[in-house]
Design a protein around this ligand. Structure first.
Ligand SMILES: CC(C)(COP(=O)(O)OP(=O)(O)OC[C@H]1O[C@@H](n2cnc3c(N)ncnc32)[C@H](O)[C@@H]1OP(=O)(O)O)[C@@H](O)C(=O)NCCC(=O)NCCS
Length: 325
């Protein structure tokens, strides 16, 4: 066997490895299309540089790693996504790619490499332990099945939430936020790593400003992703915000992403309010939507309680692992 690791030259090869690995390890989550994957390479989230490497066995591409190097914050960290074709595992391919990651991370002055593994298959966790990585944050993936949704219960929760939220009003949008609230969105976004449990001391709050938010949404659209948002306003200020995003191809599935209430407005059911409002918003614009998945820190009891009340049910979990260089 000859094993070689080199920079990514063929995005289609990387996609095939990524796709096969995703189907194997997360069979219930639709894999993004090849076009979206290629567009993601060209239009990553603002704020990070990426390096991509493929591993070849006897000339055949069988392993792929995406190294994300943040350059606005988290300057000591590298985040990786590593996949090896299921038929080529346990042959040293993952280890060779991690060796390359470590070499490149050190050259870039980084101190920590972070990756996540799904708990459904043992491969990821056993591999991470063999790489001498340490387990950190555990997240639960929960799913809301819209085909069996208890709408009467949701309506009840919504009416009850309004009784605690007098004085606020709702707003909704898709993609880039309206100019008058984009600064507030950036503020709420930048609070995520401060307020939500990260369970990992080396992960700093991400910096966000209006330009990064705008650019992030524009790039997501170029990657074939559409985002649906709802927020609560007090006067002209956006004080609570939630986002659902999904690919244009594969309308049946979407992800519930960030939900954040500004600290001084907590305890007024705004989290519940904006999430339920956004559910109606996304259903109106994406009528064939059937499933929404979300990941939350296992220790984030407030968010999990709202999700459970809405009907989200846990389906699996994932763990972030961290290597200290
Ligand atoms: C995790 C993954 C990348 C490992 O790739 P791989 O090429 O099989 O890994 P290697 O062959 O280099 O394994 C290195 C060591 O990890 C350990 N290991 C890896 N998979 C294992 C398994 N299923 N059972 C037990 N040990 C395992 C072993 O100690 C192995 O060394 P050994 O074979 O000499 O005993 C691959 O399983 C994968 O793509 N999983 C899905 C995605 C994922 O979890 N990515 C990792 C986080 S970003």
């Amino acid at each position: 066997m000859s094993l070689l690791v080199g920079p990514l030259v063929a995005a289609a090869d990387a996609y095939e490895i990524f796709r096969a690995s995703e189907v194997h390890d997360k069979p219930d989550i639709p894999v993004i299309s090849r076009d979206n994957f290629v567009a993601r390479l060209a239009h990553p989230w603002p704020g990070s540089d990426h390096e991509h490497y493929l591993a070849y066995v006897d000339g055949m591409p069988v392993g792929y790693v995406d190294m994300e190097l943040p350059y606005l914050d988290n300057l000591g960290n590298v985040q990786i996504q590593l996949s090896v074709l299921p038929g080529y595992r346990r042959r040293g391919v993952g280890r060779a790619l991690v060796d390359m990651v470590v070499e490149r991370a050190r050259a870039a002055g980084r101190k920590t490499v972070i990756g996540h593994v799904m708990s459904r298959h043992p491969d990821g966790a056993l591999f991470a332990a063999a790489m001498d990585a340490k387990p950190g944050l555990e997240e639960v993936r929960s799913r809301l099945d819209l085909r069996t949704l208890d709408q009467a219960r949701i309506d009840g929760l919504y009416a009850d939430a309004w009784r605690h939220a007098t004085g606020y009003r709702l707003t909704q949008w898709t993609g880039v936020p309206p100019a008058e609230i984009v600064e507030d969105v950036a503020y709420l976004d930048s609070r995520l790593n401060v307020d939500a449990p990260v369970g990992d001391p080396s992960w700093e709050p991400a910096k966000a400003d209006a330009e990064k938010i705008r650019e992030g949404e524009l790039r997501a659209a170029r990657r074939g992703r559409i985002s649906y948002h709802a927020g609560a306003l007090l006067g002209a200020r956006l004080v609570a915000w939630t986002k659902i995003a999904g690919d244009l191809v594969g309308e049946a599935h979407a992800w519930q992403n960030i939900t954040l209430v500004a600290p001084e407005h907590r305890g007024r059911r705004l989290g519940t309010l904006v999430k339920i409002a956004n559910l109606a918003h996304v259903r109106a614009l994406r009528p064939s939507l059937q499933r929404i998945d979300t990941c939350n820190a296992a220790s984030n009891e407030h968010m999990l309680r709202i999700n459970r009340a809405m009907g989200f049910r846990p389906i699996d979990s994932l763990t972030y692992w961290q290597m200290t260089l």
